[in-house]
Design a protein around this ligand. Structure first.
Ligand code: BV8
Length: 244
């Protein structure tokens, strides 16, 4: 089953229809970045309460900075490059005539490095930081961050944090995402376990709007039964095969 199949007259999609794509950590796995809930995933090594909540940051900011500094260094390793799945989505965006939106839960920059432009990082970005005291944001931060860093705007220490949406914090651009879901004709979910809300609720929103919903994932996710179709396998195989 591919997009081309759905483009045939007998099927639902026309080349000017609207596509919304949601990606998760699975799309970056073959680029060498860890997922969260696989057996060897990030949450098997560290408690998310300690490193991905505002309470954890207040309790031990140095631990949280170490966690994100390690991941930022890992992301900036030259061996970590966008893979064929990232490239296939960027190529689809370039040739698609209708509305197109890529929403990622990932905080890596592999989609933009592959060329994606209509992109929302709903959980923030590892290479951006902001000041918890005054809100000043630094769009591109490639070094380590620590409690010693001084905000370039309010000149105070201790407030600089990764621009990452922690549990209990509102994800970015939710209104724009809900509008796109309410108007889409195809919703593709790629490389996500469907465990984290509100992202895990997007498939129901798209289906209620009449969209065709398809999951491309290594294995059926927690929400697999909510999708009209699914293709299981590694993203670098199933994504190019589906979208090309
Ligand atoms: C919020 C930090 C409200 C960044 C993350 C109902 C409604 C709303 C909220 C909730 C709700 N129920 C519970 C909540 C609270 C909570 C939540 O969902 N908890 C869960 C655990 C139950 N949600 C929140 O707190 C959210 N905030 O709702 O705010 C609000 C309202 C008003 C005012 C203020 C606030 C915030 C959620 C974001 C939290 N931040 N991380 C970081 O460090 O990265 S979440 C974390 O999980 C990551 O961001 C990650 O992106 C996300 C989802 O994980 P996945 O990407 O799916 O990764 P995972 O490992 O789980 O799965 C990988 C998949 O890939 C697997 O299926 C695997 O099979 C597959 N795979 C593996 N290899 C491959 C592959 N697929 C293809 N190819 C391969 N090679």
């Amino acid at each position: 089953m591919t997009i081309a199949n759905h483009l045939k007259p007998a099927n639902r999609l026309t080349p000017t229809d609207s596509i919304v794509i949601l990606t998760g950590a699975g799309i970056s796995k073959e680029s060498g970045l860890d997922t969260f809930r696989c057996a060897d995933g990030i949450w098997a090594k560290v408690d998310l309460e300690d490193v991905a909540t505002p309470e954890g940051f207040a309790r031990d900011p140095a631990l949280v900075h170490r966690f994100y500094n390690d991941r930022r260094r890992g992301l900036l390793d030259p061996a970590v490059q966008p893979n064929a799945a990232h490239a296939a989505l960027a190529a689809l965006e370039r040739r698609w005539k209708g509305e197109f939106l890529l929403v990622t839960q990932n905080i890596d920059d592999l989609h933009e490095r592959a060329g994606s432009q209509a992109l929302i990082h709903m959980h923030g970005e590892l290479t951006a930081v902001f000041c918890g005291h005054c809100g000043h944001k630094v769009e591109r931060w490639t070094g380590d961050l620590s409690v010693e860093d001084v905000c370039p705007s309010c000149i105070r220490k201790g407030g600089m944090r990764p621009d990452v949406v922690w549990f209990g914090e509102m994800p970015y651009q939710m209104e724009r995402i809900h509008r796109a879901l309410g108007a889409c004709d195809l919703f593709l979910s790629i490389g996500t376990s469907g465990n984290v809300y509100p992202a895990a609720g997007f498939v129901a929103e798209a289906r209620n709007a009449g969209a065709l919903t398809v999951e491309l994932n290594l294995e059926p996710s927690a929400g697999a039964s909510l999708f009209a179709g699914s293709v299981n396998g590694p993203a670098t195989e199933v994504v190019p095969a589906f979208v090309d």
